[in-house]
Design a protein around this ligand. Structure first.
Ligand SMILES: Nc1ncnc2c1ncn2[C@@H]1O[C@H](COP(=O)(O)OP(=O)(O)OP(=O)(O)O)[C@@H](O)[C@H]1O
Length: 302
């Protein structure tokens, strides 16, 4: 019989998990005959501690329920344990990029059925400095936008908060470019960029096709560098990005990478799965097919 641990953030999103997690536990236990227990996170890093202990213990599957921050903590706990435990994510936060990419059902019964059906894809995990990420690491203009959005605004506006706040912030910050040194393989290049993104799935910041060539188990992360340009071009580029039509633009460098390092003289914050995750310089790596993840039967990994 499969042993399942549900790790959930009772405060994420609109606090709906307080009601839905007992329902999930009930369906998994009484209908599908899994052995289930659950634990609520109580604050920063708690999700990571519970996940570490669970992975080291006698469990087959972790369900991580919450926003991208909670899922990130659980991923870190699993990776630090070195164990190959299965993971299912139940998205309950504001943005939920990876959950959207996988098209995870929000209906709790359909989610329980997905776990029962048990289709697994081994997904790649990124390492940014000493912290793992599931979906995205980023630095520069776009990440400033994410951190401008207050938790209140996120709760009220949901994922559109990023977009609205982005429109407000973008013109002000338009000219704040970052001088970086990028080291990929043996080559070091100097670049003047607005921001960079390193993505595992195509979904970033609530938009579907930002990293339009990304695949979750190909052993690569997609690195997008947006190079500095004139105000008109930058505004146009921003809208092309939201539509997913930016890849061949002159100001975009789009690479599939396994390992690289970015350095900068300026203090640049790095955003990891939507949370602050340190500053440059930083080395980024991909750990191919590191976590077996439960995905919907009809998910098309293309
Ligand atoms: N009980 C809790 N109370 C307050 N904060 C918590 C609690 N449990 C976990 N946290 C912290 O809150 C952070 C954000 O939580 P989470 O990502 O689940 O929700 P969210 O902010 O609503 O969603 P999103 O990240 O998608 O905006 C987590 O990184 C975690 O460290």
């Amino acid at each position: 019989m499969k042993r399942v641990k549900i790790i959930y953030n009772p405060d994420s999103g609109r606090r709906a998990l307080r009601k839905t997690i007992p329902e999930l536990e009930d369906i998994l236990t009484n209908e599908f005959k899994f052995i289930v227990d659950k634990e609520a996170t109580e604050g920063k890093n708690h999700g990571r501690e519970i996940a570490y202990k669970t992975a080291m213990g006698n469990y087959d599957l972790i369900v991580a329920a919450g926003g991208d921050g909670t899922v990130n903590e659980v991923v870190n706990g699993i990776m630090e344990s070195g164990q190959k435990i299965q993971l299912a994510i139940y998205p309950a936060g504001t943005v939920n990029d990876f959950g959207c990419h996988l098209n995870i059902p929000r209906n709790i019964r359909r989610f329980a059925e997905m776990i029962y059906e048990g289709r697994v894809i081994d997904v790649d995990i990124g390492l940014a400095g000493d912290r793992y990420f599931l979906n995205v690491a980023a630095g520069g203009l776009l990440t400033d936008v994410a951190h401008y959005v207050s938790s209140d605004a996120k709760t009220v506006l949901g994922k559109f908060a990023y977009y609205f706040e982005g429109i407000k912030v973008f013109p002000k910050q338009m000219f704040k470019s970052l001088k970086i040194q990028l080291k990929v393989g043996g080559l070091t290049e100097e670049k003047d960029i607005l921001f960079f993104l390193l993505a595992n799935s195509t979904h970033v910041g609530g938009f579907k096709r930002i990293a339009s060539e990304a695949k979750i188990n190909d052993g690569f992360m997609d690195l997008i560098l947006v190079e500095n340009s004139h105000i008109i071009d930058a505004a146009n580029l921003f809208f092309l990005m939201l539509q997913g039509n930016h890849v061949s633009h002159n100001n975009i460098t789009y690479l599939h990478v396994k390992e690289f390092r970015i350095m900068s003289k300026e203090k640049i914050n790095i955003d990891i799965d939507g949370e602050m995750g340190g500053t440059l310089p930083m080395t980024f790596k991909v750990i191919q097919e590191a976590i077996p993840m439960i995905v919907p039967m009809d998910f098309k990994n293309i």
